[in-house]
Design a protein around this ligand. Structure first.
Ligand code: G3H
Ligand code: 13P
Ligand code: ZN
Length: 324
């Protein structure tokens, strides 16, 4: 068993309190490879932002779970030694779906896990989440639970109400499970196609009324927003210009995320935007320099573009810059 404290990570307790009190959100950035990790740590160190390094079960399978753990450990060492930065770093399991997976991550040094029982009936979600909390808290590891199902691509602009988190459920869920933070559904969704818009239509606003109702039921409790990429159109256009096909890709407008970050939302998850920027940049280089075949010559600029995006998001959207 490798305990996260020995590896240089922290749990989410202190930083979530600071985020809720200070009206900002801590970024949860996903990584699967070295360049993404370098960009995330580099961007957060440069903007002096706390960071949540997110690993999905897919990432663990793709990159090898042992390697990922050591990469994250190495990223902390790089921040301290080479970047001279003391930013808090949380290593977090994103969308854990079983008790066993959460235990495995905790045993390999994760300081935070998400148990996503949101697709299960309410009582089953409580039972599973509580079981994970009981194990995690013995090791001082934070747990994120989820209530409400994030919508997929909707046929109509208005998402189905049944997918949203029911404010009547949150108090009981939080009390019975003992979770440290709660992911909710207020109109965001995963991926690059969050809303299907007809010509001339604009993105519908997030359901801030539901968020406010939830805040009333569990005042000051840390809330998490998944599916919060804004899918910058400049990068969608860059992808499409250089041979991609991402027609109709659209995300959550940044002003809405900024508004959410000022509320009890203290963690905002971003994965798609990173994938988009990296792909757009690589496509551009492949197209402009077809003779190039040294991976450093296209992964390097992609990494730099991702780092710049992260710095801008931390400063202008999440408000996490200079909050480390
Ligand atoms: O919410 C899901 C994250 O974007 C991770 O995606 O399961 O493809 O690694 P993934
Ligand atoms: P996006 O697909 O909007 O980046 O959401 C990522 C996420 O929620 C990871 O858990
Ligand atoms: Zn998610």
């Amino acid at each position: 068993m490798a305990h996260y404290k020995e590896l240089g990570f922290v749990n989410s307790k202190k930083i979530f309190k600071k985020a809720v009190d200070g009206g900002f959100a801590v970024p949860g950035y996903n990584f699967n490879n070295m360049e993404q990790l370098q960009a995330i740590i580099g961007g957060c160190a440069e903007s002096n932002s706390p960071v949540i390094l997110q690993v999905s079960s897919g990432a663990r399978k793709y990159a090898n779970e042992t390697l990922l753990q050591y990469m994250a450990q190495g990223a902390v060492a790089m921040a301290r030694k080479d970047l001279k930065s003391n930013i808090p770093v949380i290593l977090h399991l994103d969308h854990g779906d079983t008790y066993e997976l959460c235990v495995s991550c905790i045993e390999s040094g994760f300081s935070s896990v998400m148990i996503d029982g949101s697709s299960k009936p309410f009582e089953e979600n409580i039972k599973l989440t509580k079981k994970v909390v009981e194990y995690a808290h013995k090791h001082d590891v934070s747990v994120e639970g989820e209530l409400g199902v994030l919508a997929g691509i909707e046929d109509e602009v208005s998402a189905e109400v049944s997918h949203y988190t029911n404010p009547d459920d949150v108090e009981e869920f939080v009390k019975k499970t003992g979770v440290d933070s709660l992911a909710i559904s207020i109109g965001t969704s995963h991926g690059a196609y969050k809303f299907k818009l007809k010509p001339g239509e604009s993105v519908p606003p997030l359901r801030f009324d539901i968020l406010e109702e939830i805040e009333k039921r569990i005042p000051g409790f840390p809330i998490v927003l998944h599916g919060s990429s804004s899918v910058p159109q400049e990068y969608v256009e860059m992808c499409n210009k250089y041979g991609g096909n991402l027609a109709g890709a659209v995300g959550v407008p940044e002003d809405q995320l900024r508004k959410a970050a000022h509320s009890a939302v203290c963690k905002i998850n971003i994965d798609t935007d990173g994938r988009l920027v990296v792909t757009a940049k690589i496509r551009e280089i492949f197209s402009k320099k077809p003779e190039e075949f040294d991976p450093r010559k296209y992964l390097g600029p992609a990494r730099e573009a991702l780092k710049e995006l992260i710095i801008r998001k931390n400063k202008e959207v999440l408000g996490s810059a200079d909050q480390a």
